[in-house]
Write a protein that binds this ligand. Structure first.
Ligand SMILES: [Zn+2]
Length: 231
C-alpha cells in the first residue's frame, strides 16, 4: 500500500503481533498501549537445564524476529519516501515522529532479542557437541577394553597346568571338573586363535567368556578382572 497522506501512513504502521516476547501490552480500551521489553540477561547455566529442545525453540524465535524485522523495514522505506515528498502540518509531524520513535524502539529491541537467541543457540550447540563427544569417547574406550580383554591369552588365565598338543594346549576342564581332578584324557582345549572348547561338557568361548564362567562374573566385571590382572 502506498501512503497518500499522514493518516494512511499512521494506519500503515502494523502493531507488533500478540504474544511475542519483545512487547508488553498494558491498559484496556482507550488507555490500551504497548511498549517494548529487552531480553533477560543471558544465563549460560539456564541453557544447560533446558538444552533438550532449545535448538528448536531458538530456530522458532529467530524466525519470528526476522519476520517482524522485515515488516518494519519495509514500513520504514515507505515512510522515508513519504516524508521526503510530502508537506506535513505540525500536527502530522508530531504524530509521525512519535510513530517513528516506536518503530525504531521495536526494531532495535528486536536486534537485542536476536542476539539473545543466537547466544543461546551457540551455547546449546556447544553443549550438544560436548555431550556427543563424551559419549563417543566412552564407546571407543569400552570397545578398546573389550578387544584387549579378548586378546588376553587364555593360557595365562587358565588356573592349572597345560600341556602342548600340536597347535593346541590341553588340560583338565574347569567347568565339568572344577576340583581339578585329573581326567584320564583331558578334553579341555585352548586353540591358537585364543578360544577354548571342552569336548566333554561342550563349554566354549573366548577369554571374557572363560573368566565370566569360571569366576561367575558379568561381562563388565570379567573385562575389569582380566585387564587389572586380578585373575
Ligand atoms: Zn568340560
Amino acid at each position: 500500500m502506498k501512503p497518500n497522506n499522514a493518516l494512511d501512513l499512521i494506519n500503515l504502521h502494523t502493531l507488533p503481533p500478540k504474544g511475542v516476547d519483545w512487547v508488553k501490552h498494558t491498559g484496556k480500551g482507550v488507555t490500551k498501549s504497548w511498549h517494548v521489553v529487552n531480553p533477560p540477561k543471558f544465563d549460560a547455566d539456564m541453557t544447560k537445564i533446558f538444552s533438550d529442545n532449545l535448538v528448536e525453540i531458538c530456530d522458532y524465535k529467530l524466525q519470528l524476529i526476522l519476520k517482524r524485522q522485515k515488516v518494519l523495514k519495509s514500513e520504514l522505506k515507505k515512510r522515508v519516501k513519504f516524508l521526503l515528498t510530502t508537506n506535513l502540518t505540525e500536527g502530522e509531524r508530531v504524530i509521525l515522529t512519535g510513530l517513528s520513535a516506536a518503530w525504531y524502539a521495536e526494531y532495535f529491541t528486536l536486534e537485542k532479542w536476536s542476539h539473545y537467541w543466537t547466544n543461546i543457540w551457540l551455547q546449546v550447540s556447544e553443549e550438544k557437541k560436548k555431550k556427543y563427544t563424551t559419549v563417543l569417547n566412552k564407546k571407543i574406550q569400552f570397545e578398546e577394553k573389550v578387544r584387549k580383554a579378548k586378546d588376553f591369552l587364555l593360557e595365562d588365565l587358565y588356573p592349572g597346568q597345560l600341556r602342548g598338543a600340536g597347535s593346541r594346549l590341553t588340560g583338565t576342564c574347569p567347568f565339568h571338573n572344577p576340583e581339578g581332578e585329573r581326567e584320564k584324557s583331558p578334553s579341555f582345549f585352548i586353540f591358537n586363535d585364543n578360544h577354548f572348547h571342552c569336548f566333554s561338557c561342550g563349554e566354549k568361548g573366548d577369554s571374557i567368556d572363560f573368566v565370566m564362567k569360571t569366576l561367575k562374573l558379568d561381562f563388565n566385571e570379567a573385562i575389569e578382572r582380566i585387564l587389572n590382572g586380578h585373575t
